[in-house]
Structures are given as C-alpha cells and as structure tokens.
Design a protein around this ligand. Structure first.
Ligand code: NI
Length: 187
C-alpha cells in the first residue's frame, strides 16, 4: 500500500510552499515538538516533499518553509521513484560516532553555496514516522549526513555554522549575495 504522504517526484511550476533564505529570522528560531500526527500533518509533509523535489533538494526541514515544528523530510534518491522518502517527526539523536568525515554540503536556504563540513560518520536517530510510529535508524554516508544537517535546522543551526574554512565561507557567501554576519559558528 502506498504511503499517504507519497507524491510524484517531479518539479512543479508553483511549489506549494515558499523556501526561506539565509538572513530570514525564521531559520534561527526554535521549533516545537509535534504533538499530533494526523492528516493535517501528512498534508504538510506532502507539500514539503513537493517543494523539496521542485527545488532539486534531498532534504527539507519545516523551519525552511517557516513552520516551527520538529519535522524533516529526506530523499537521497530523488530520481528513483521506487525509493520512498523518509519522514522524521520529533527526531532526536541517540548516538554519534567518534569517527568524523568531511564532505561538501549545500542547503536549499543558501542556494549556490557548497562547502566542506566535518560530521560524525554514523548517526543513530529516534523519531516518529508519518503515522506516529516510533522508529530508530542508524545511518552513514550521504543519508547520515543529511539527517544531521536537517536536525540542525530544527535547532536553528545551519551548515555554514560548522564550516571551518572561514575564508572560503566568506568568499562563497559573498558570491551568492549572502552576508557573513548570518553565520553563527558552533562551539
Ligand atoms: Ni539545509
């Protein structure tokens, strides 16, 4: 049975939601736990997925569409119609590996900017799925990185806050019209 949140993986001329960009305060505001997983929430999930596919993204967090809820959607295989997207409600990180790896990241809220970010290689996360079912997942590589990036959004953290090469960061942000004043370095 296809999931109630399934949408066609294609670009829409008029995506249902507006993505907010770096500099918008909503990206830095705290989110609230989802208390009720119902059909209204699943409608929001569908709209987030349509908006994500339309923007060629592989992940989207609710604050990026100005919704202050602990909700993320991920699809690391947007060109594979058979791969179901991942919906995580109230996700919490249970464990991070000590092993660190570096890879380039981008973000739909900071279009054009791609920079290296260090992250733990493996993440274990607990969450509820789109039916409110509690689940856990251990992920690595692209999916593991994507999960960490999206959960950061729920805490008002952006990938640029993790970038260690400040010269590259300033240069790239300027190139795409963003101010370095919008960076809030972690630790
Ligand atoms: Ni992002």
């Amino acid at each position: 049975m296809p999931s109630e949140v399934a949408v066609e993986k294609k670009k829409l001329k008029n995506p249902p939601l507006d993505i907010r960009y770096l500099g918008d305060r909503v990206l830095r505001q705290p989110t609230k736990r989802v208390v009720k997983v119902d059909s209204d929430l699943r409608q929001l999930v569908r709209e987030m997925l349509q908006t994500m596919y339309s923007a060629d993204g592989i992940g989207l967090a609710a604050p990026q569409v100005a919704v202050q809820k602990q909700l993320i959607v991920i699809d690391c295989e947007p060109d594979n119609a058979a791969n179901p997207p991942l919906v995580m409600i109230n996700p919490s990180i249970k464990e991070l590996s000590r092993d660190i790896c570096v890879a380039q990241e981008g973000c739909l809220s900071i279009p054009g900017v791609y920079l290296d970010v260090k992250r733990p290689q493996v993440v274990e996360v607990a969450y509820k799925d789109e039916y409110g079912c509690p689940r856990t997942l251990k992920a690595t590589e692209l999916l593991g990185r994507c999960i960490q990036h999206e959960i950061d959004h729920l805490n008002g953290v952006l990938f640029i806050d993790h970038v260690e090469n400040t010269l590259a960061l300033t240069t790239e942000l300027a190139k795409y019209g963003f101010s370095p004043q919008n960076v809030k370095p972690v630790a």
